[in-house]
Design a protein around this ligand. Sequence first.
Ligand SMILES: *Cc1c(COP(=O)(O)O)cnc(C)c1O
Length: 430
Amino acid sequence: MTGPLDSGWAHDAVAAAAPAVTASALDAADPLARLRDRFLRPTGPNGESVLAYLDGNSLGRPLAETPVRLAEFVAGPWGERLIRAWDEEWMDEPTAVGDRLGELVLGAAPGQTIVADSTSVLLYKLLRAALDAQAAAGEGRNEIVVDRDNFPTDRFIVEGIAAERGARLVWIESDPAAGVRPSDVAAAAGPRTAVVLLSHVAYRSGFLAEAAAITQTAQDAGALMLWDLCHSAGAVPVELDAWGADLAVGCTYKYLNGGPGAPAFAYVRSDLQARLQQPIWGWMGAADPFGMTHAYEPSANVRRFITGTPPILAMQPLKHMLELIAEAGMDAVRAKSVQLTERAIALHDELLAPLGVELASPRDPAERGSHITVNHPRFREVTALLWERGVIPDFRPPHGLRIGLSPLSTSFAELQEGIEAIRDALRELA
Ligand SMILES: *Cc1c(COP(=O)(O)O)cnc(C)c1O
């Protein structure tokens, strides 16, 4: 897969930023526009009740085919094959879906990715496994490096593990309107570092970290690098194998449209798997789940990171979305994402900045994921008003309004409508 700079988005991004180009012209020229119809958009007597959905980075829209395909799943594999379906296909689903995700979205060769649990739980398992493996190496590595502005669950999980294992936390204080840079990691990581945990795309600012350089920096210090990909998987190209990443986790209900509470994924590089023992021993991660053995012996491969019965039903919409991503291609997804965020910033500059709104995201698209955050003291009230009107961004305290742009389901017209609605609400409250 080519990197974002090779895929020719720079020219289109310039067009998207020019105020003279209309939203409908951008939609007409968008090669992915035809795929927008593949998403479910319920309509009532007055048309669509959602005018602008700008929160696909928190919960992606369902696919239009999902209701039918879920009904087929209930009637077929579940209703008719019943328990036999475990042998026929379900036992392999956590790794089969993981491999497909790895191939299409994560830049990961087969045998390194599972789909299971939630991001929080997988993060716990991988962090604990990494910390314990480093402790066993006997070099006195008991520090976890993490950034202060990381997503709450990431910070809470490391705090819990530190309390449980007597590990020390080393906090990186990064610029909240940007994110963590390789130099920050170089300054924080050292001979005591066991693991570095960072988000690839910052959930607040949308800052896109230099993953390959940071991974190298962490490993040069002797640490294991664990990436949280929640805000990048499905929107930003990820190259876990090429980065040389050790570990990664991420969720599938954001840009992967898996549905509320859809299971998460974990990546563990092949050569590390035998060294790592995760802390939640369960029969489904055992070498022989149906041997009903007395003692726990972990699977020899990536299945060892599974614990209990895999959430097969909850994986189905993700499988459908992966087919759509295969059809679109991640390079095209990234190109559209860049165009959308460039356009969002241009509209901010034109319509919102004159009202006192400030951009809290990077202006350089090479440093940005698929959402932007804008700040204004009235945004809590603005967001409440917008939700009533069918315009749906989200609010993150203290006064950030996040505009999430799901590349496959968001149109330029929807974005335009959304930003105009923010401007109108601000004027009304003034
Ligand atoms: C959304 C998100 C999570 C969510 O974790 P869950 O266990 O699925 O609730 C974790 N980390 C980051 C960075 C996120 O953006």
